[in-house]
Design a protein around this ligand. Structure first.
Ligand code: IMP
Ligand code: MG
Length: 176
């Protein structure tokens, strides 16, 4: 099978949207310091690009969670592979994800982080696939709503490939 990628969201559109989200983030947190929490690995490109447009002071920390193997369907099981090394109690936290699909990953993470009593916890995702939702999650900042397709690029992978694409594209499998 050959893999072909069809551009869904070009790089310029992503940059424009992240600028708008950054302005909203600054407003919502009132210019206070924000701890950006990245969900590795997919969220990393969105987090660093979004961070460049945020005016408020930020710090960054990283968590690694796994919910997918080398498959394109949710396994429904979430493993914390790496936890935060900073305490988030009384901090303003912005959790940054690449995509919300079933919502299982974020609803699980949200509960886990809320237990640590942050001052404020907001959720940001670059992409949202609402058709696939199984677990409800309140999303505070969403870049783009997309149809139920498997997408790659801008941090999102297929079997660890394509994370470096500067755009988001739909992955198609075709006969050789
Ligand atoms: P959820 O728990 O089903 O919401 O899955 C969220 C995670 O699955 C994301 O953080 C991604 O890592 C991965 N994922 C979901 N949909 C896609 C996709 O279309 N392409 C690549 N990864 C995806
Ligand atoms: Mg992810």
């Amino acid at each position: 099978m050959k893999e072909r990628i069809e551009v869904l969201i070009p790089a310029e559109k992503i940059a424009e949207r992240l600028r708008e989200i950054a302005a909203e983030v600054d407003r919502v947190f009132g210019g206070e310091k924000i701890e950006l929490v990245c969900v590795l690995k997919g969220g990393v490109v969105t987090l660093v690009d979004l961070a460049k447009y945020i005016q408020s002071p930020v710090t960054m920390s990283f968590m690694d969670v796994s919910s997918y193997g080398n498959e394109t369907k949710s396994s429904g099981c979430i493993k914390i592979l790496r936890d935060l090394d900073e305490d988030i109690a009384d901090k303003n936290v912005l959790l940054v994800e690449d995509i919300i699909d079933s919502g299982r990953t974020l609803s699980h993470l949200r509960k886990l982080l809320l237990d640590r009593k942050p001052k404020m916890l907001k959720i940001c995702t670059l992409l949202d696939k609402p058709e696939c939702r199984v677990a409800e999650v309140p999303v505070d900042f969403s870049g783009f709503t997309i149809p139920d397709a498997f997408v790659v690029g801008y941090g999102l992978d297929y079997a660890q490939k394509y994370r470096n694409l500067p755009y988001v594209g739909i992955l198609h499998f075709e006969e050789d």
